[in-house]
Design a protein. Structure first.
Ligand SMILES: Cc1cc2nc3c(=O)[nH]c(=O)nc-3n(C[C@H](O)[C@H](O)[C@H](O)COP(=O)(O)OP(=O)(O)OC[C@H]3O[C@@H](n4cnc5c(N)ncnc54)[C@H](O)[C@@H]3O)c2cc1C
Length: 497
């Protein structure tokens, strides 16, 4: 790679070449909505040091970080309210080396966190991005704590070898960031949908954003840079079909603005993309789920097995719930029953994602004194279910499992036998909660183009980005990624001359 000057030239050349390829006037003709990039307007409608697109976790964290350094921010949000997927998420945040872990004698470190992240991502993640997450995570935890965020409980879920999930109430955390941003003078432009990046055709630098507001086209100028934090594209069936066709048929539970607008805007400027084939749905939801709080339970990480409609297991239940999701979506009716006993139900009670009271209250979980009776209730062959549990229990005794299960979750815990009545069955499926792949950034949250050069003036953070997760996902690292990289992007923009 060349020096900064070379990079700029390459970027400019790319813009010229692209422009020539499709005709310079069509590519940079400003107001025409059919065009990929907008040219510099005669006058900005508003201008600030930094323009941020999307007021979810990443956008709010970036806005607070920039504005607290006395730099001006315009924050565009397509919806009438802030929050995006961050607001409705499960509130698990992955941090290591915290005081909370220390108080529970959990030994964790950046090294172990890095190792776990690479392992769960099957080494398909970008090492420098994983390192950036790990290097900046503890400081972000402390920053949030100092701002007043309450961390409620430690938990251990997908991909963790020690309890590392720090539970928050997402609405509380986001309100703290929103209030701080407002107090620092961030200009919130609600119901304002960014549609194109404005690129200076002479330099190739991203200079602002074209957006739709109140039926009008408006231009927001950014003196230092534009940060894209517009989240994922789970609601855009066309994009899902393009990258991960099976997911276009999966149910989704995400913020209403998750259409991939920012991804397309960055793509149009030549941004590279990463991890798209690994977009997966999360297993553990009720078949008609409305919220993660009330309609989701991970009993399989407490020791439940998962069986299909034939009463047979089909997966090692301790692996990432996204890989479990892959396995479940190809079973009959794209579902599986979490089968467990009284001991596992009790163990789940102390875990935010193991509690079943709400699902039981709604009649979504069946229970019975015997496995035979349970099988009849859920319409599965009693002989098959009894044989499956018998074989599983025998495997627990011998330490040999037909699907290679050795732990409760990832490298943690020992599975026990399913033998204490009453028995339970929770019919579950997988929902897309986010598109964990996206625009490629570097470790400073600068957007990288398809030739490996950074795109001047363009930064991205949160779910819109790819590279941190790789092939699968550790719980708490998506919301974590939004907050950590939102701040990182802000710091990088502020460091620009
Ligand atoms: C039900 C659920 C549970 C989850 N649980 C967890 C969990 O426990 N732990 C975890 O780590 N992750 C979890 N995730 C994933 C995680 O919440 C998200 O990946 C992360 O919060 C995304 O943050 P973000 O700021 O990048 O995007 P978002 O929070 O989605 O914010 C993006 C914002 O951009 C706005 N926007 C979009 N397009 C435009 C546009 N053109 N112009 C202006 N604004 C625009 C959107 O309206 C939205 O407000 C969960 C997700 C869901 C849906």
């Amino acid at each position: 790679m060349g020096d900064q000057k070379d990079r700029k030239l390459t970027r400019r050349d790319f813009v010229k070449v692209t422009a020539l390829g499709v005709g310079a006037t069509t590519l940079f003709a400003g107001l025409d909505p059919r065009l990929a990039m907008a040219k510099l307007p005669k006058k900005w409608d508003q201008e600030a040091d930094v323009v941020i697109v999307g007021a979810g976790g990443a956008g709010l964290a970036a806005a607070v970080q920039v504005s607290s350094q006395k730099k001006s921010v315009i924050l565009l949000e397509k919806m009438p309210t802030y929050g995006g997927s961050s607001l409705i998420c499960g509130g698990a945040l992955a941090f290591a080396g915290t005081d909370m872990q220390a108080s529970e004698n959990v030994k964790d470190s950046n090294e172990l966190f890095y190792k776990d992240l690479m392992k769960v991502g099957e080494n398909q993640n970008v090492p420098s991005l994983v390192k950036a997450y790990v290097d900046n995570q503890l400081e972000t935890y402390e920053w949030l704590k100092k701002a007043g965020v309450k961390f409620l409980k430690l938990g251990i879920y997908s991909g963790m070898s020690v309890p590392r999930s720090h539970q928050v109430v997402p609405a509380d955390l986001l309100k703290i960031l929103n209030d701080a941003a407002k107090a620092h003078g961030v200009k919130f432009m609600m119901e304002t949908a960014a549609s194109r990046l404005v690129v200076d055709e002479k330099t190739g630098k991203v200079r602002g954003v074209q957006a739709a507001r109140g039926g009008k086209t408006v231009f927001y100028g950014a003196k230092k840079g534009v940060i894209l934090t517009s989240g994922g594209f789970s609601l855009n069936k066309d994009l899902l079909a393009k990258f991960v066709p099976p997911m276009a048929f999966s149910k989704a539970m995400v913020g209403r603005g998750c259409n991939g607008d920012g991804l397309k805007m960055a793509w149009a400027t030549g941004a590279d993309i990463k991890d798209m084939p690994y977009i997966k749905a999360t297993f553990g939801f009720d078949l008609e789920a409305q919220t993660i709080k009330d309609d989701f339970a991970l009993l399989f990480y407490q020791g439940a097995i998962i069986v299909n409609k034939d009463g047979k297991r089909f997966v090692n239940e301790s692996i990432s719930y996204k890989l479990v999701g892959d396995a479940a979506l190809v079973q009959k009716d794209a579902m599986g029953f979490q089968i467990y006993d009284a001991a596992i139900r009790k163990a789940g009670e102390s875990d935010p994602f193991g509690r079943t009271a709400s699902l039981e209250g709604k009649g979504r979980i069946q229970s019975a004194a015997t496995l035979k009776e349970l099988a009849q209730k859920i319409g599965v062959s009693a002989d098959a279910l009894e044989a499956t549990v018998r074989e599983y229990n025998a495997g627990v005794d011998k330490g040999i499992d037909a699907f290679g299960r050795k732990t409760l979750v990832a490298a943690y815990g020992k599975p026990g036998k399913i033998e204490q009545a009453p028995y339970y069955a929770f019919p579950s499926t997988a929902y897309i909660l986010g598109t964990y792949g996206g625009i490629l950034i570097n470790e400073k949250a600068q957007v990288v183009d398809i030739f490996g050069q950074t795109i001047p003036g363009l930064y991205a953070a949160g779910e819109i980005t790819g590279g941190v997760h790789g092939a699968a996902y550790m719980t708490g690292t998506a919301f974590g990624k939004a907050l950590i990289f939102g701040r990182l992007a802000a710091k990088t923009v502020l460091a620009q001359k």
